[in-house]
Design a binder for this molecule. Structure first.
Ligand SMILES: [Zn+2]
Length: 291
């Protein structure tokens, strides 16, 4: 059975912490380097229900994509929800390790897993990492569909291929428009519109798209119309958990560690319900009445 320090060194080699953004907080949150590790759970969010799942599973290590503390703290008292997470982990000898923006830009990274879940052919990173001579690392991926689809069909396809959430997939653009190329970025992607435009793709699939950037992107047709697909943040990043678990499995096999890896299927997207409007929908407003 490997010591935690050996497993953490393997995780650091997969997603070097120095490749994380400066504002990020990645690496080991808690854990005794000498403790033995046999079971590892992968999840997107280090929230209480995931930690409870790790306890039930008898995991020794929890690997999450999102950091527990991004901005530092002065307390881990169990009266705070994050402190409760820390208490539960330490009480049950479970280490917590985070791979966030260093996993986003890795090869393979979060967007490779997203493209894989959608069975897309990856052409290149959307924003290549200049320090990677192979040109494979970077943020987002520019991809080709195996078969061109209309936007309406591609939205339905993505909703069926990604893990189910209350949100499903929102789309913007002509539903009959043919989609051949798509840029994908796991997590919040609305800072990437300039890169998506420059890539000249038919569509952009990401999460957390806000009104103004989305409105501007669909109005700006200088390089042809851009269709948008907005999935739940959690759903775009969950495929990475399976990819990451398989990567650790390969390391474990190489070393003869016999690790047992698990991927949490608990949906931790914060949005839990969705009421679709009845379409077609005409806003009702009586002139002169307050809106
Ligand atoms: Zn995220």
């Amino acid at each position: 059975m490997p010591a935690l320090s050996e497993v953490l060194a393997a995780l650091d080699a997969l997603w070097p912490p120095e490749r994380a953004e400066q504002w990020d907080a990645v690496g080991t949150v808690c854990g005794d380097p000498d403790a033995p590790v046999s079971r590892v759970l992968f999840a997107v969010d280090p929230v209480q229900e995931i930690v409870d799942e790790a306890v039930e599973l008898g995991a020794d290590l929890l690997v999450t994509h999102h950091p527990l503390y991004l901005r530092g703290t002065t307390t881990v008292a169990a009266t705070t929800f994050k402190g409760r997470v820390v208490h539960t982990l330490i009480k049950h000898d479970i280490a917590l390790y985070v791979a966030h923006t260093n996993a986003d830009t890795a090869d393979p990274g979060v967007s490779d897993a997203l493209a894989g879940a959608l069975d897309l052919r990856i052409l290149r990173p959307l924003v290549p990492d200049a320090s990677d001579p192979s040109g494979r690392r970077g943020l987002g991926r520019v991809c080709e569909l195996a078969h061109p689809m209309t936007l309406a069909d591609f939205a339905a396809y993505a909703a069926a291929r990604l893990p189910a959430t209350a949100q499903g997939i929102r789309a913007a653009g002509d539903p009959d428009r043919e989609i051949r190329t798509v840029a994908v970025s796991g997590g919040s992607g609305d800072s990437l519109f300039d890169d998506v435009r420059a890539a000249g793709v038919d569509a952009f699939l990401t999460a957390d798209l806000r009104h103004h950037p989305a409105s501007e992107a669909t109005q700006n047709t200088r390089n042809g119309p851009l269709a948008l697909l907005d999935a739940a943040h959690w759903a775009t990043e969950w495929p990475w958990c399976e990819q990451a678990a398989a990567q650790l499995d390969a390391v474990s096999d190489r070393h003869g560690w016999g690790l047992r890896t698990h991927v949490s299927r608990t949906v931790t997207d914060p949005w839990t319900a969705h009421a679709a409007s009845s379409l077609p929908n005409t806003p009702t407003h009586t002139p002169g009445a307050p809106r």
